[in-house]
Ligand binder design. Structure first.
Ligand SMILES: CC(C)(COP(=O)(O)OP(=O)(O)OC[C@H]1O[C@@H](n2cnc3c(N)ncnc32)[C@H](O)[C@@H]1OP(=O)(O)O)[C@@H](O)C(=O)NCCC(=O)NCCS
Length: 237
């Protein structure tokens, strides 16, 4: 196509038979009022609505739909059939796998992984005949958290930093930072490191009651648990 794009082609990377148009605000299915960061990619089959913000280097794959008012951070990946609704906030470097809908009220920190076909919700007691738009509940998801394939997160709960939800779980209660939860309803079955390996006991910490040292099975990084709270010792290795 010979039409000139609204932005310099160097600002966006596109996958299209018409690379000058698709992935550029005002062209293809990308609304003129959308904002795409440098190097953002929008597949030609995806829709990005007026007012949506997509951070630099992020990728929006086949048949995805990003609604106006959604703000997506840098270097995120939205897989096939992903829907991001108005008001959703997503940090940097999040990976949202195929068939995930992010409803209003969902807030993802940086580095969040949403497994394929996992489900968020935003109304606790929906009825088709009753409008509950004023009753949407928030679902904050902490930095580095993982939600496994086909899991469901009931709205109004929060997932702590690096929380890990096993495949198929139904989360009905808050999940602490680094906690691993599985099952229906989800119950805590252990702790997971920032690197996504089990945390195993590395001895009692005598300096505080109900405290122990933990070690990442994968990297050897050390953590400290006091009661029901886990912290990384010297950073999230
Ligand atoms: C939760 C998870 C991390 C556990 O992995 P693991 O530490 O290697 O655990 P194991 O496979 O040794 O299983 C330990 C026990 O938990 C059970 N278990 C494992 N995953 C489970 C799950 N998602 N739900 C319920 N139980 C589970 C196992 O059956 C096993 O039970 P048993 O001791 O009675 O035999 C992993 O199974 C999981 O669900 N990962 C998410 C995968 C995913 O969704 N990926 C998306 C990208 S494709």
């Amino acid at each position: 196509m010979s039409s000139s794009p609204a932005r310099s082609p160097s600002e966006t990377v596109v996958v299209s038979a018409n690379p000058e148009l698709v992935g550029t605000p005002g062209a293809g299915h990308v609304a003129r009022g959308a904002v795409l960061g440098v190097g953002a990619l929008v597949h030609e089959s995806a829709y990005v609505d007026d007012g949506a913000v997509i951070g630099a280097g992020s990728r929006v794959w086949h048949f995805a739909h990003v609604m106006g008012g959604a703000v997506i951070g840098e270097r995120c990946s939205l897989g096939q059939n992903v829907v991001v609704m108005n008001g959703v906030r997503m940090g940097a470097n999040c990976k949202v796998q195929n068939n995930v809908s992010l409803y209003e009220g969902v807030e993802l920190g940086d580095d969040v992984f949403c497994g394929p076909s996992m489900v968020f919700t935003n109304v606790l007691n929906p009825r088709s005949a009753v409008s509950r738009k004023a009753e949407y509940r928030r679902t904050p998801v902490g930095r580095g958290a993982t939600i496994g394939a086909n899991a469901t997160v009931v709205c109004g709960v929060s997932l702590g930093d690096y929380a890990f939800v096993g495949a198929g779980a139904v989360v009905t209660r808050d999940v602490p930072a680094y906690a691993l939860v599985t099952g229906v309803p989800a119950r805590q079955v252990g702790w997971m490191s920032a690197a996504g390996h089990r945390l195993v006991s590395d001895g009692t910490d005598a300096s505080a009651p109900d405290a122990e040292w933990l070690r990442c099975e994968g990297t050897g990084a050390r953590y400290r648990r006091v009661g029901g709270e886990v912290m990384a010792v010297g950073g999230d290795a």
